[in-house]
Design a protein around this ligand. Sequence first.
Ligand code: KG4
Ligand code: ZN
Length: 322
Amino acid sequence: MKILAIESSCDETAAAVVENGQRVRSNVIASQIDLHQLTGGVVPEVAARAHMKVVVPVVQKALEEANCKWSDIDALAVAAEPGLVGSLIVGRMTAYSLGFAKKLPVFDVNHIHGHLYSSWLDQDDTPEFPILVLTVSGGHNELLLMRAHGEIERLGATVDDAAGEAFDKTARLLGLGYPGGPAIQKASEGIDLKGLHRFPLPQMDGFDFSFSGLKTSVLYYVQKHPERMSDPTFIAETAASFQAATVKQLIRQLKRAAEAHQAKEVHIVGGVSANLPLREAARQAFPDKILRTPKSIRYCTDNAAMIGAAGYWLNKTRLFVA
Ligand code: KG4
Ligand code: ZN
C-alpha cells in the first residue's frame, strides 16, 4: 500500500510517499529555516503564508521522486494535530482537496504519533513491541510505552520546557542562532568536558523531565561573566556544558524507565534525536537492548514520511481515528 503524506504543522512543508508503512519512496522537505532565522524563531503567520506558496509543488515533487502516478497511490495521510493552526490548515485542506479530487481516503494523523514511527522508516526489520520511546523535540518531551499500535502509555513528560526548546533558547542566549540544537552541537564539537562548569540536574520523581532550571542556570552563569561573552571559547564551553547536562537528564530518565518497564526495544525520536552526543550516550546506556533512532537525520525533524508510516499502521490495525 502506497500512502502520499503531507506534514505542515510548524515550519516545514513536507510531502512523502511511503510503502507499507516502512519503505520511504520519497521524502521532500521545504524548510523555512532561512525565513525564521530573521526573527530568531517561528512567527505563525509567516509560517502559514510560506506553506501556502510551496505545498502544491512539494506534493508534486514527492510523487515525481517516488516515480509514482496518482493511480499508484492508495491513500493520503496528513498531520492533523497538534501544531500551529494556520500551518495545519494548509496541509489538511490540501490533503482533503486531493482526496476528494482523486477519490482516495484521507487519514488524519497526530503529529506525535508520526514521530513514534520515524524510527520504523527504512529499517531492515519491523520493530517489536513493547517499545519504550523517548520523544524529544522543540514542542514535546515524553517517555512513552508503546504496547501495540495505538496502545500507548505515557510514563512521563516535561513539567516545563521540552529539551529542544531549551536548546533553542540557550543557543539564542549564547548568540548561536536558530535552530539551536544543531548550532549547540556544532559549537560543542571537540570540547573536552573535563574541568568544565557543571550545570545541576533537577531532582525529578518518576519519569518526568524539567529543563527550565537548567536554562536559568545557563542565564545566571553567563550574566556572571559578561566580559567573556565575546570569547568564542567561553561560548563553546558553555554550550558543551549545557548539552552534556541535557543529554544526562534525558538518558537518566530513559534508563530509569527501562529498568521499571519491560521493553523489547528502546527508540529515541524527534528533532533532538539527531543529536550525536545523545545517540552516543544511548548506545553506552543500552548495550543489550535493540536501540533505534531514525535512520536518516531527515526523519528526526519534522517530515511527512513519518506521517505516512503512522497512517499505514494505524489504519491497518483499524485503530486509526479519522
Ligand atoms: O521534531 P522537530 O523538527 O519539531 C518539533 O516538533 O518541535 O524538532 C525541532 C527541534 C528544535 O528544537 C531543534 O533545535 C532540535 O529539534 N534539534 C536538535 C538537533 N537537530 C534539531 N537538538 C539537538 N541536537 C541536534 N542535532
Ligand atoms: Zn515534531
